[in-house]
Write a protein that binds this ligand. Structure first.
Ligand SMILES: [Zn+2]
Length: 191
């Protein structure tokens, strides 16, 4: 019989980490939290070296995500996608920053340990966020690990800007790179 629903889940340890981060006031704090998720994910051997978190008005944590591709046998289960899915289903809105009557509500922010790949870039356009905060760059991901980040528009930041999404890069970049390096040094196999 064909399946008619999907089930994706974050690892159990997520609950411990989330209790410590109800509010992250600054951009740097938000990305530091996403990087901590990425670090925990490889140490717990629960997925790849990527973490992300959605914050809503007043800097409150709405949802988190970590890479679950291999544990869940699902190529789309990247950290950003997991965070968007959980935020949208938790709030009951397909676009986080848009009410049912179309009015804007926010700001909603995605903090991610590494620059979104081409899949997560596309998802970001329709997720309903106002700001995108990034740790490591895609060039870091590709030089420190074997992941292919895929093609992006040449002016990927400008394309997001046209859609009302502000991008801030290089927040705790070295800390994010350290997690990628640790993962890459083990060929991704130990984890
Ligand atoms: Zn991705």
């Amino acid at each position: 019989m064909l399946r008619a629903q999907v089930r994706l889940a974050l690892p159990e340890w997520i609950h411990e980490v989330v209790e410590q981060a109800d509010v992250c006031a600054t951009d740097a704090d938000k990305v530091a939290f996403a990087i901590e998720l990425s670090r925990r994910n490889i140490h717990a051997q629960t997925g790849g070296p990527f973490g992300a978190a959605v914050f809503g008005p007043d800097d409150h944590l709405v949802a988190v995500g970590v890479n679950r591709v291999l544990p869940q046998s699902t190529s789309v289960a990247h950290a950003e996608i997991m965070a968007y899915l959980l935020a949208q289903q938790g709030l009951g809105r397909a676009r986080l920053n848009e009410r049912a009557d179309g009015s804007h509500f926010g700001p909603y922010v995605l903090a991610t340990s590494s620059q979104p790949c081409c899949q997560c870039y596309g998802a970001t356009i329709w997720a309903g966020i106002d700001r995108l905060l990034i740790g490591a760059r895609s060039s870091d991901v590709e030089s420190l690990t074997e992941f292919d980040e895929g093609p992006l528009p040449e002016d990927w930041i400008g394309e997001l800007g046209k859609r009302g999404i502000e991008v801030v890069q290089d927040l705790h970049r070295q800390r994010a790179c350290a997690v990628l390096s640790e993962y890459g040094a083990h060929g991704g196999k130990r984890y």
